[in-house]
Design a protein around this ligand. Structure first.
Ligand SMILES: [Zn+2]
Length: 230
């Protein structure tokens, strides 16, 4: 309630939404970049309407709690198609073909900035993170999918198809002959980098090598504990 008094009249708050395949997170920053609020919920990954509703509710609840309206930016898996304005190439496949930006703009009654999550990450690292001062920065996200973004001279390179820096759907170069052609990817190809290095890919590969069915986090923890299959 203290926050409410302080920020009631403020129009300088920034909301950032990190839409992931597993979790959706909101952060609210004040004009000095200080985090005022941060919340994380599970992503209803199979259901576009539910994802849309989750983001809208996170924004509306945060604004109610802080008593102020904010600008909203969303980092999402996938790219915005220059052809139809909707999302494409998203590993959260129910988002593909959907006009998430336009739908959110209509419901929240403001401009929404939506960009590829790996591009947001790469730019953030290039500005004041691990890549600060470097001319070219390649940022990699390993999560539900395998994403990437490339920044040159402080600017994101989008590319003609808005997929510059995306390396997840190239074939894993070092797969064993016995592992080829590799698992089928949602993109239609076999053996994409994403089918090995993502969380689900790691869990699947663990089973393929005789391990138990478990999450990628559990596989990583087992590997650290010296479990040989992991
Ligand atoms: Zn693929």
């Amino acid at each position: 309630m203290e926050l409410k008094a302080n920020y009631r009249m403020s129009s300088s708050l920034k909301i950032g939404i990190d839409l992931g395949g597993t979790k959706t997170e909101i952060i609210v920053l004040d004009k000095s970049g200080q985090a005022l609020l941060r919340r994380r919920v599970a992503t209803p990954a199979e259901d576009y309407a539910a994802i849309f509703a989750t983001i809208a509710e996170l924004v509306q609840t945060a604004e109610r709690d802080l008593g102020a309206r904010a600008s909203v930016g969303v980092g999402a898996p996938g790219a915005i198609s220059a052809v139809f304005g909707g999302l494409k190439n998203s590993n959260t496949t129910c988002l593909n073909g959907r006009p998430l930006k336009q739908d959110l703009e209509r419901l929240l009654a403001r401009e929404i900035r939506l960009a590829n999550d790996a591009n947001c990450f790469a730019l953030s690292e290039a500005v004041d993170g691990a890549g600060a001062g470097a001319e070219v920065v390649f940022g990699v996200i390993l999560g539900t999918g395998v994403g990437g973004g490339i920044v040159a001279g402080g600017k994101i390179i989008e590319g003609a198809n808005a997929i510059a820096g995306e390396w997840g759907h190239n074939r894993l170069p070092s797969a064993d002959a016995a592992e080829l052609p590799g698992p089928l990817c949602y993109c239609g190809r076999h053996g994409c980098v994403e089918t090995w290095l993502s969380g689900p890919g790691l869990a699947r590969d663990h089973v393929a090598h005789g391990g138990a069915v478990m999450t990628a986090q559990a596989v990583a923890a087992a590997a650290l504990a010296g479990e040989p299959v992991a």
